[in-house]
Ligand binder design. Structure first.
Ligand code: ADP
Ligand code: SR1
Ligand code: MG
Length: 417
């Protein structure tokens, strides 16, 4: 079937042509279709049986433009092919953490998958003060398994190159990241979001902070040149769905090979932005929970990554008895520290990007009181500057924790939160 854009009216007919869907939903039932997408790029629909709404599937289709901007911004619809490929790889590495894919159609640029009805987008849950038990552990484990499992420590060279080949042409989404994350927020740009109350700080402080800008550019160069592991590429709290029992990852279209600290830094940034969004709330318990889970992500990631490494003798990088145990220990410690430092640097870039760029986080961007929103935005930018200026000197997760805690204590006092 050659490509055409699907809508609520023609989706039932399209789905009835898919054997697996007929098996799941039955072939006689009337299908109701709702558009549920809230993302920036694509269209997502839920199709369910009129007489048994629990029987449902999700259909996602990419269109040849960037949804948030409209058809004036062309974007290759092949992006969903990378989402399919990454989901397949994640299906092997973290089988319990992805939705089941029932059908994928490269020509139509569609994915038909399990409806995670009992799950909620993690960002929405965190905005509503919902605590998800062990979410930090689950995220840390997911990061370690996907990043280690596609790194040159976790794979043989030939297999890894086959994986890499599958993602080298995800060029347009990599370019979006290069521009929207590492470039536009540092300048006055028509594609940025503008809160006039925040603009003065952005222009007179952050955008004049040469060390901050140079630090961001170094990390942009790392993103472009370092191909250490398969990244999710857009691992924010809107790409995770939770229900208190398990955690699922969705929306892998930005997948590409890149530096390990990128995915780690992105999710940490989103947790810290969630913490800031709750700043003025009297619910200290929830704020503490967010912060504890943030550090738990890093602790679990490091521990699990090292455990997986200890269990792997042969890989593209290592062969048994190449290094003695002291040398192995030193190599691993240096490498884990490098990931931590990169993660903190990337975290700064993502905080700034979500604060000044077009795609903000609902946690803060949807706060109606513009004065409060601006206060939180300026706190976010100051945190990004603190993290950027210190990331190269951090020596442990504990030091990162102390830095962040001291920053929040000081800022709360200064702002009377
Ligand atoms: P985009 O690529 O446009 O960012 P997403 O993949 O993030 O789209 O999906 C948009 C929204 O659709 C998600 O935030 C979530 O609410 C919903 N969604 C996506 N996949 C599923 C799924 N498998 N089950 C239930 N809801 C889903
Ligand atoms: C204009 S692109 C906006 C952003 O949406 C996605 O979620 C990615 O983060 C991308 O950078
Ligand atoms: Mg997306």
């Amino acid at each position: 079937m050659s490509y055409s854009v699907l809508d609520k009216n023609n989706i039932p007919e399209y789905l009835r042509g898919i054997a697996k869907v007929l098996e799941l939903l039955g072939d006689s039932s009337d299908l109701i279709v709702d558009e549920i997408g809230d993302g920036n790029l694509n269209f997502v629909f839920r199709a369910f049986c009129r007489d048994d709404p629990k029987k449902s599937v999700i259909l996602k289709q990419s269109v040849p433009y960037l949804r948030v901007v409209g058809d004036g911004w062309p974007l290759d619809k092949k992006r969903i092919h990378f989402e399919m490929r990454a989901l397949a790889i994640y299906g092997n590495l973290v089988p319990g953490n992805v939705p089941e894919v029932y059908h994928s159609d490269e020509e139509m640029c569609t994915l038909v998958m399990e409806d995670l009805r009992s799950h909620k987008v993690l960002r929405s849950g965190m905005i509503m003060n919902i605590k998800y038990p062990n979410v930090g552990r689950s995220i840390g484990t997911l990061l370690a398994k996907t990043l280690f499992g596609t790194s040159s420590f976790g794979m043989g060279s030939l297999d890894r190159h086959k994986y890499m080949e599958q993602f080298v042409t995800n060029d347009e989404l990599c370019k979006l990241t290069e521009e929207f994350v590492f470039t536009y927020p540092l300048m006055v740009h028509s594609l940025n979001y503008v809160n006039p109350l925040t603009e003065k700080y952005a222009n007179e402080h952050l955008r004049k902070d040469s060390d901050y800008k140079l630090g961001t550019l170094k990390l942009k160069e790392t993103f472009i040149s370092d191909k250490s592991a398969l990244l999710h590429g857009d691992l924010h709290t809107g790409s995770l769905m939770a229900n208190g029992v398990d955690l699922r990852v969705i929306d892998t279209e930005f997948a590409c090979f890149g530096p390990l600290g990128f995915d780690v830094g992105k999710i940490i940034a989103n947790f810290l932005l969630s913490y800031i969004s709750h700043y003025q709330s009297p619910n200290d318990e929830y704020k503490e929970w967010v912060l504890e889970e943030t550090f738990q992500i890093l602790n679990t990631f490091s521990k699990t990554f090292l455990d997986l490494w200890d269990k792997t003798e042969e890989s593209a990088m290592f062969t048994a008895s190449l290094l003695n145990s002291e040398e192995t220990k030193r190599f691993k410690e240096d490498y884990i520290l490098k990931i931590l430092r990169d993660s903190i640097g990337f975290c700064a870039c993502f905080i700034t990007r979500r604060t000044l760029g077009t795609a903000g986080v609902a946690d803060i961007r949807e706060i109606e009181d513009v004065v409060l929103r601006s206060k939180l935005e300026i706190v976010s930018l100051k945190l990004a500057q603190t993290l950027m200026s210190s990331h190269g000197d951090i020596n442990s997760i504990e030091e990162f924790k102390n830095l962040v805690s001291a920053f929040f204590e000081k800022t709360k006092r200064e702002n009377n939160f």
